[in-house]
Ligand binder design. Sequence first.
Ligand code: NAD
Length: 278
Amino acid sequence: MAKIIDGKLISSQIKDELKKEVSALKADGKNVTLAVIQVGNDPASTVYVGNKKKACAYIGIESQAYELPDTTSEEELLQLINRLNQDPHVNGILVQLPLPGQIHEANVIQAISPDKDVDGFHPVSVGRLCIGEKGFVSCTPAGIIQLLKRSEIEIAGKECVVIGRSNIVGKPMSMLLLRENGTVTITHSKTKDLKAVAKRADILIVAIGKPKMIDHEYVKDGAVVIDVGIHRNDDGKLCGDVDYEDVFPLCSAITPVPGGVGPMTIAMLMNNCVEAVR
Ligand code: NAD
């Protein structure tokens, strides 16, 4: 019988731990402040930004909201980031992606000071992760490591297969599993015989962006399956990249969608904000 890894519960434990830490920092005269920049009014981005502000309020992190029109030029956005980089009261800077077409995401990511890069997307943060130095780590993969650790799932020495090689999930995930001494295989859309490779995994991390693609043919008996995907199907229900019902009987542990990886991303963003002050 598979253990269901409860991301909602684990993320709320992390937020409660952070709340205590933030109040101790405050007692010490140190405030934690996150600047959140949204350009345009993409409805999904508005929901994400709203959830981040709510989490900040719960933990006691001060959030500064910058809502810019979708006609904002790259130059204007870079000037704002530069100002926030220099502001000693701002500990973390987050620019909600995606950005309107006239703005190059890479330029924006690189403009944020690596010391305030709470999303962990800056090339310096990525480099630090690769060479095992302390630095900000992309929130979703960092959350997955917490899910595994807090569920007492050993990573060291395990066959870990990551499906997907995006900069925000697949690649940093692989680096983190390696840092935890897993034996890591990264797979992607050009991987030959993905089923056979995935079936080697003791820990299978799925971040593809294809609803319910991973069924029992990809999963070894007793594997731990972590589903990063999130999709809304035709009848409005959420599902992941994994066919949950189909693989459930095979797994030793699995994350549900919703309530698995999703809630961990914001919890780890909050952790990165506190880390900026620690
Ligand atoms: P992405 O589109 O940037 O990357 C997808 C990756 O999957 C690519 O590297 C590609 O090579 C690989 N891929 C695509 N088709 C494949 C196939 N048929 N076989 C093998 N590999 C294949 O996506 P992403 O940003 O990494 O996100 C992946 C999923 O995770 C999406 O559903 C996204 O919505 C979700 N997501 C969730 C959270 C969260 O907080 N829960 C955070 C980020 C992303």
